[in-house]
Design a protein around this ligand. Structure first.
Ligand SMILES: C[S@@+](CC[C@H](N)C(=O)[O-])C[C@H]1O[C@@H](n2cnc3c(N)ncnc32)[C@H](O)[C@@H]1O
Length: 336
């Protein structure tokens, strides 16, 4: 049986008759143009290291990328640098998430509530929320052992006694016996910048189901993701030419809701995200399906100034969140 990679090579070699066309380029161009994102990942996994290097060089030229976000030791440091470099964005979104939490928890007592921090990274949300709200207990999970190591190192003081960090795949809580005791025990989930890792809707559904498993029936969910209201809007990103943010949108061929890739190269070129973009409607359906309530994406006016941002940075944030086709969003779902 032919693999997908072999099939692509055969298709492209039939098409490519010009002698001066680099065979690799033709093959990989064919691959990136023709395959859905999950097929693409399958093909990519089959390549040897040398071919992967060539592929990256070609994709760099073509301004399409593959999912290479890697939170190994270097990735963790690069991401920390990136958060500083894009302070207006990361701090602005974090400040808005905290503001929304304050509104939603206005009449509640966080000292009696448990918080789940999904894909916690270096634990910066857990620390801030522990200090500001005094939750009774915080569990923070991330798939990267390097992130968890850093999170523990940064949270060693007595103030964070009630925060537990653990290296785990957040899409498998419901399948892992060791989480049975935590089932249905959380009042609040914060999920900043995680859902857009899902390479297709099946995986996105798994993320939502896994998180839902951990929550109380009346829990509050708040997070940030890359999402759009209308899939066609992805074609002409208004942020494309914003050099500060350096967002690049994919070629039209890659634009489809099920894993339409959206690439942004920020800061060091070494660190590159690929975000998988799903519409607001998809999130809505999945939240409803798994009993997570009605998810709402904040309007531009609901974003507050970043707590650690200067005036200019806050202006940038406002420009970003009020842009007509801004795909970066905070969502809230109150399951009450
Ligand atoms: C963009 S960072 C965001 C980190 C943190 N939430 C923040 O906002 O500072 C995304 C994080 O998701 C983690 N991640 C990716 N896939 C994951 C999975 N399946 N389960 C748990 N964590 C995951 C990565 O290791 C990384 O630390």
């Amino acid at each position: 049986m032919y693999s997908l990679l072999d099939k692509q090579k055969r298709i492209v070699s039939k098409r490519t008759t010009t002698a001066n066309v680099d065979r690799h380029e033709a093959v990989y161009a064919g691959i990136s143009d023709k395959l859905s994102s999950s097929e693409w990942q399958q093909v990519y996994d089959e390549l040897d290291a040398d071919s992967k290097d060539k592929l990256f060089a070609i994709l760099d030229k073509r301004r399409i990328a593959v999912n290479e976000t890697d939170y190994g030791q270097d990735g963790v440091e690069d991401y920390a640098k990136l958060q500083k470099e894009l302070n207006y964005f990361y701090d602005g979104f974090k400040s808005t998430i905290i503001h929304q939490l304050s509104l939603c928890l206005k009449d509640k007592n966080p000292a009696k509530m448990r918080l789940l921090d999904v894909a916690c990274g270096d634990g910066n949300y857990s620390r801030t929320l522990a200090e500001q709200f005094g939750f009774s207990k915080i569990y923070a999970f991330d798939i990267s052992e390097h992130q968890i190591k850093k999170a523990r190192a940064l949270s060693s003081s007595a103030a964070f006694d009630d925060v537990t960090f653990r290296c785990v795949d957040a899409s498998t809580f419901h399948k892992d016996e060791s989480f049975e005791s935590l089932k249905g025990s959380f009042d609040v989930a914060v999920i900043p910048w995680f859902f857009s890792y899902a390479t297709d809707k099946t995986q996105l559904a798994q993320y939502v189901e896994s998180i839902a498993y951990m929550l109380k029936p009346n829990a509050l969910i708040i997070g940030a993701t890359v999402s759009i209201s209308d899939v066609d809007k992805l074609r002409t990103g208004v942020l494309l030419n914003d050099r500060k943010f350096c967002i690049e949108f994919p070629s039209a061929e890659n634009v489809r809701e099920d894993g339409g890739k959206w690439v942004h190269l920020v800061g060091s070129k070494k660190f590159r995200f690929v975000e998988y973009v799903y519409t607001h409607q998809t999130y809505s359906k999945l939240f409803n399906t798994f009993g997570c309530g009605n998810v709402r994406f904040l309007g531009g006016k609901e974003y507050v100034d970043g707590k650690h941002c200067d005036k200019k940075e806050n202006q940038l944030l406002q420009r970003l969140v009020s842009a007509k086709e801004n795909p970066l969003h905070i969502f809230v779902s109150d399951m009450n």
